[in-house]
Design a protein around this ligand. Structure first.
Ligand code: SF4
Length: 351
């Protein structure tokens, strides 16, 4: 296989990791991590593991790059202005240590050769602690994918991976090596798990390990995998999980509160969970409510909530126009708020 074909195959195979969005075209760079053109690539395009959802293990091309070659390729693209960041992961064709050492070495070569830009490097299941520490020395972000919300669910998808040992233990090392700057990914819908299970996992993750982000990858059946005939996860489920995640991560809802919108079987509806939760509560007085309550109003985010606090210091808010001046634009916000003290129109407007 030519070098160009090998690189194209390695960038195609990297698309299965959603911690960085997919390129529009295989082999091109994508915007992510503050970069406009992130190169997303694998060091090894084959894997000896058995994850039932993963397209990498079906790759026929036995393609790999050496750390030196990958560093050369990336530096050339960087100097030519075709890439301004690198996301590097790998299949595990032989052993975890060998693949991890290749990722570490690539990062070290890049830094030695003067590259100071964005590097997102992947920690593989079962990685040695020393390799994780070395990755954290050279990377801006590191991540290990938990893939399933629990040990029992992962065992249905990947018999080789030990959830507690290979993933959770390593994830604690990752959090220790790079506090607040690590991420993870959950594949949604591959193991038949409910949203209640994902939500429980999400809350545990943010509480114990404080990842910067959790990514939710709706399952897509891939030809040649064990789950090729499994139903795909609808996009709306993945998106509603992102909304539930934002309630925990940005809006300080508790997991129990968010669980209030699950149906009897533990699944989210195809509706905005923040709106569903607000529907059952009294209106929030925008002139007196604390930040935590303002954040519970659909249409008010952290930035706008702080603008509301600053604006009402000067004068009470009296109308939807005053809320709009604070940047609040969401449809139907009026039905969730009241204007105590400035209350000429309290509760009668919707916009
Ligand atoms: S370890 Fe599993 S998910 Fe990762 S590349 Fe190998 S088969 Fe795919």
């Amino acid at each position: 296989m030519s070098r160009a074909a090998e690189v194209a195959a390695l960038t195609r195979a990297a698309r299965f990791d959603r911690c960085v969005p997919d390129p529009v075209l295989p082999g091109t760079a994508v915007a992510s991590g503050g970069c406009r053109r992130m190169m997303k690539v694998l060091l090894h395009g084959r894997c000896a593991y058995d994850c039932a959802y993963c397209g990498v293990r079906t790759c026929r091309e036995d393609c790999s790059l050496s750390p030196a070659d990958l560093a050369d390729l990336f530096l050339r693209m960087w100097r030519e202005g075709r890439a301004d960041g690198l996301f590097l992961s790998s299949g595990i064709p032989r052993g975890v240590d060998e693949a991890m050492e290749g990722i570490v070495e690539t990062g070290e070569i890049l830094r030695r050769r003067g590259y100071e830009g964005y590097l997102h490097l992947k920690v593989l299941p079962g990685a040695a602690r020393a390799d994780i520490t070395d990755l954290a020395r050279v990377a801006d972000r590191i991540s290990i994918n938990i893939e399933a919300p629990s040990a029992s669910r992962l065992s249905e998808l990947a018999g080789v991976k030990d959830y507690r040992q290979d993933i959770e233990k390593r994830q604690a090392w990752v959090a220790d090596a790079m506090p607040g700057r690590h991420t993870t990914q959950v594949v949604v819908g591959a193991a038949g798990e409910s949203d209640a299970e994902v939500l429980e996992c999400m809350a545990r993750q943010y509480q114990r390990l404080a990842p910067a982000r959790i990514y939710y990858s709706g399952f897509t059946p891939l030809p040649g995998t064990l789950l090729a005939s499994h139903a795909p996860t609808p996009l709306w489920r993945q998106n509603r999980l992102y909304q539930a995640d934002a309630l925990l991560r940005l809006y300080h809802f508790t997991a129990d509160e968010v669980a209030g919108v699950l149906d009897e079987e533990g699944f989210l509806q195809n509706a905005d969970p923040k709106r569903l939760l607000a529907g059952g509560r009294p209106r929030v007085d925008v002139n007196h409510a604390p930040l935590a309550d303002l954040l519970r109003v659909p249409g008010i985010g952290p930035k706008n909530a702080r603008r509301v606090l600053a604006a009402r210091e000067k004068a009470p808010l009296r109308s939807e126009r005053d809320l709009r001046a604070c940047g609040v634009r969401g449809r139907g916000v009026g039905r969730y708020v009241a204007f105590g003290d400035g209350d000429v129109q309290s509760g009668i407007f919707e916009f």
